[in-house]
Design a protein around this ligand. Structure first.
Ligand code: FES
Ligand SMILES: [Fe+2]
Length: 451
């Protein structure tokens, strides 16, 4: 394995500089390359090559005539023209400049401007990576053992059939992906950042909200656990009934999957009509860019939401004209005026404001940062393992190759609480849905429209 000089343990300051890196030859980049990564949606690969920058490398994905998906370096080895402008032919991807053609394993299969008997093509090796398709997504593996990649970990939500799965990509950010992940490991921010503009329950939901949920952060139990797939943060809120707790769990699976349970946003006690199970994953472009892939399972009783900053749009940051719910003041000269009021917009603005790669050595971590610290410990352990030729933290899969993460959100009796790495009751039974006092789901419109 091509590896920079390794040490048994990186000093903390060096680690803080290293762990956001993604490129080849970096400790964190080597660690990330041990995992399968999302490349694009299946539907993105039709009859044209698809340019895609991954972990600082410029690549091209293409669907061959036999339907298989392929991932190769974007630079033609002949004179460096981009294969993103190539032609998909029966025998592979053909460079449009002089016709050198490559199959999905980087073999040069044609050099049409060379003499018929030329054996040049046998010498040309073009960089390629294993690719496969699952769950409507094309995945690539950029590790060193291309002949023997690990099995693709299949995130449970993409395998679910008990609802309509909506998968979107196109939310591209101009800062390091760790700003996003650390935000997800940090549930405390919800009680400040997302409460800047007070939300209120939509009228139709109000009768089913337990207004006694105590949302005072200092009264909430906040615990973070390393799990077999990564980590999770759990918040336990008191209610007026001593035995009845309101639980919220956010999980992160290595190295870029995040997952909400029950609903995708909103504050306890679910002051939102956006009740659905959702999460997503990051396509790590390079040190300063990533793209968000979101997936949402919409089941009877769930509602659709359209408040994400963007979807299926290739421009950067917030879409022109998108802001929060605040009043736009004509003396607001900030890049994002009137930005408060929509959690995804609030997250974007704050994460971007930290800097492309924040100066973490100047941070002052405090008690609410236990999730951020745990996330960094996971990275540190995995980076060091890979530097020593071992595996990073791997995700345990079931017989179908699927991994399950804890997503529990909802009310629970004290006896049901699992304040440990163990998964709590699954939301697959619909526990997170809005119910009346007899326990029946209130909203059952599968079209997801509010009644
Ligand atoms: S540059 Fe690609 S074939 Fe010449
Ligand atoms: Fe947030």
């Amino acid at each position: 394995m091509d590896m920079p000089e390794t040490k048994h343990s990186t000093p903390a300051s060096e680690f803080l500089k290293e762990f956001p890196k993604t490129g080849p030859g970096t400790l964190a980049g080597a660690m990330l390359r041990q995992y399968w990564h999302p490349i694009c949606l299946s539907e993105d690969l039709k009859d044209l090559p698809y340019p895609v920058r991954m972990l600082g490398e410029d690549l091209v994905a293409f669907r061959a005539y036999d339907g298989s998906v392929n991932l190769v370096d974007s630079r033609c080895p002949h004179r460096r023209a981009s294969l993103a402008y190539g032609q998909i032919k029966e025998n592979g991807l053909s460079c449009s400049y002089h016709g050198w053609t490559f199959d999905g394993r980087g073999r040069c299969v044609d050099t049409p401007l060379e003499p018929e008997r030329s054996r040049l093509k046998e010498q040309v090796k073009h960089p390629w990576y294993p690719a496969q398709e699952w769950g409507g997504i094309v995945w690539g593996y950029m590790g060193t053992d291309k002949e023997n990649p690990p099995p693709l970990p299949k995130i449970d939500i993409l395998a679910r059939t008990d609802g309509e799965l909506v998968v979107q990509r196109g939310d591209v950010r101009n800062y390091n992906y760790q700003n996003f992940l650390e935000n997800f490991a940090d549930m405390g921010h919800v009680y400040v950042l997302h409460m800047l503009a007070p939300g209120s329950a939509p009228e139709e939901i109000q009768p089913y909200c337990d207004m006694s949920v105590n949302t005072d952060w200092r009264k909430i139990t906040h615990r973070c656990f390393e799990t077999d797939y990564g980590m999770k943060s759990v918040l336990v809120h008191d209610t007026a009934t001593p035995d009845k707790k309101f639980v919220n769990t956010w999980s992160i699976a290595m190295p870029f999957y995040w997952r909400f349970g029950g609903i995708s946003a909103g504050l306890p006690p679910d002051f939102t009509d956006d009740r659905r199970e959702s999460g997503g994953m990051l396509r790590i472009i390079d040190d300063g860019h990533f793209e968000i892939f979101r997936y949402t399972l919409i089941r009877p009783g769930n509602f659709r939401s359209t408040f994400y900053p963007r979807a299926s749009d290739v421009s950067r940051g917030l879409a022109e004209g998108i802001s929060g719910l605040g009043e736009k003041k004509d003396y607001d000269y900030r890049k994002y005026p009137a930005w408060e009021g929509l959690p995804p917009v609030e997250d974007l603005v704050i994460q971007e404001s930290q800097g492309v790669i924040p100066d973490r050595e100047s941070e002052y971590l405090a008690s609410s940062d236990i999730g951020v610290s745990l996330l960094r410990r996971l990275w540190r352990k995995s980076m060091e393992a890979v530097a020593q030729g071992e595996k990073p933290k791997t995700i345990p899969l079931d017989a179908d190759g699927i991994f399950k993460v804890d997503t529990y959100k909802g009310f629970a009796n004290q006896s049901e609480l699992r304040l440990s790495s163990e998964n709590m009751p699954s939301s697959e039974d619909g526990r997170g849905l809005i119910r009346d006092s007899d326990g029946n789901p209130v909203f059952t419109d599968t079209a997801g429209e509010t009644k």
